[in-house]
Ligand binder design. Structure first.
Ligand SMILES: Cc1ncc(COP(=O)(O)O)c(C=O)c1O
Length: 409
């Protein structure tokens, strides 16, 4: 294939087959991709290069909290892109300062924000801050959980308690210890006088929508208080209203020391954030940490539009209602499809555990133009947009029911 120019007509005229050929020739092979090239999205729908339409119950791997191309975010980005795209953090910018205020005001305690570009980077900042905080006392160890997912950079990767992600990258960052998610005793046993923090997802996402057992997060807070540790909550997947609260930890009576965000933060535009209790954040003095693109005006303005949309459209309450509608539909399906072994739902975080491999089901759904995800081999994961309609939920559940019951028979 000849080199193409980047005119919009060239972009629009490429077929899926042509794009696949280019990708195979020029991109690293680290992603397992579906043989589909997506070119457009609106709400819970996406279109491929051939004009086929798909219902997306997993928009942007959780980044599409408001669906594809949410109008307020599109407008905000269009306005901002013509004003100021990027300046580094040697300058103040209006969107970043306002975003800090918006996120802290919804948090419930006094805190400070550091912005970056992804979830891994947000966790990396949290790990560095925890070490900085513990450093004067010789504390550097961090406890995280098995089945967790915190990202792919070295700190976040090491924190991720799944050996399959570590394989081939050793030696990892020193000082990490792992205990089973939900096992408070096991975590408490790992604490020693070199421990500085406990890092957990309040609801494990990639681990299969694992909802914490009663008392687990409150117990972690007590362990941290008893030993002077920081409690870091990775809300990269669960934050920004996905579970029906601004932050998932707000379902429980706890206050973390550090919260990390990304995915949905800027309505689909790349952005991460770390929010730390004011006294802890003090440690991040000039020279300790930075990100050139972090909190740039474009991403920050998109995030402000995201917050505004969630608020103005009442999407926290909608997240809860979405979860309930899926629960009703999927509980009914479970009666007819004993392949389903467990359902775990918190707002718009939905895990459907199966007695069988989930990958063939994902492919069967794709054939029927429904996009879902499978994690941990046997768990179907849905992270629908909070803007999804009841009719779209029903349509998705009908297709899933068709696939699961046909497998059953
Ligand atoms: C809970 C959690 N933390 C961190 C990450 C890493 O985020 P990113 O891929 O933006 O680095 C993810 C990504 O799936 C995640 O689910």
């Amino acid at each position: 294939m000849n080199t193409i120019t980047h005119s919009s007509s060239a972009l629009a005229s490429l077929s899926t087959a042509q794009v696949m050929e280019l990708a195979q020739r020029y991109l690293t092979p680290n992603y397992k991709r579906f043989p589909v090239c997506l070119v457009r999205g609106e709400g819970s729908w996406v279109w491929d290069a051939e004009g086929n339409r798909y219902l997306d119950l997993f928009p942007g791997w959780g980044c599409g909290l408001l669906g594809h191309c949410p109008p307020r975010v599109v407008e905000a980005v269009q306005a901002q892109v013509a004003e100021l795209i990027h300046v580094p953090n040697t300058w103040y910018t209006v969107p970043q300062a306002l975003l800090g205020q918006a996120l802290v005001e919804r948090l419930g305690f006094d805190a400070r924000c550091f912005f970056c570009n992804s979830g891994a980077e947000a966790n990396e900042a949290a790990i560095k801050l925890a070490r900085l905080y513990g450093h004067p006392h010789g504390r550097y160890k961090i406890i995280s959980c098995t089945g967790s997912f915190h990202g792919r950079t070295y700190g976040a990767l090491t924190a991720t308690g799944q050996p399959k992600y570590h394989a081939g990258f050793e030696p990892l960052l020193p000082g990490f210890r792992y205990a089973p998610y939900g096992d408070l005793e096991a975590i408490a046993r790992l604490v020693d006088n070199e421990t500085c923090a406990i890092l957990v997802e309040p609801i494990q996402g990639e681990g299969g929508i694992q909802i914490p057992p009663a008392g687990f997060l409150e117990g972690l807070r007590q362990v941290c208080d008893r030993h002077g540790l920081l409690l870091i909550l990775d809300e990269v997947q669960s934050g920004m209203g996905r579970t029906g609260r601004w932050y998932a930890f707000q379902h429980w009576k706890i206050t973390p020391d550090i919260v990390t965000l990304a995915k949905a933060l800027a309505g689909g535009v790349a952005m991460g954030g770390m929010i730390a209790r004011a006294e802890v954040a003090e440690k991040l003095q000039p020279g300790t940490h930075a990100a050139t693109f972090g909190g740039n005006p474009l991403a920050a303005r998109a995030a402000l539009a995201t917050v505004e949309t969630i608020e103005q459209q009442g999407l926290l309450a909608r997240a809860t209602a979405i979860g309930e509608r899926f629960r009703q539909r999927l509980e009914a399906l479970r009666q007819r499809a004993p392949l389903i072994s467990d359902l775990r739902i918190c707002g718009a975080m939905i895990g459907i555990e199966l007695h069988t491999e989930g990958e063939p089901i994902v492919h069967a759904c794709l054939q029927r133009r429904l996009l879902i995800n499978c994690t941990q081999r046997t768990i179907l994961r849905l992270l629908p947009a909070l803007t999804i309609s009841d009719a779209e939920i029903d349509q998705g559940c009908d297709i899933l029911a068709e696939v699961l019951t046909s497998l059953e028979s």
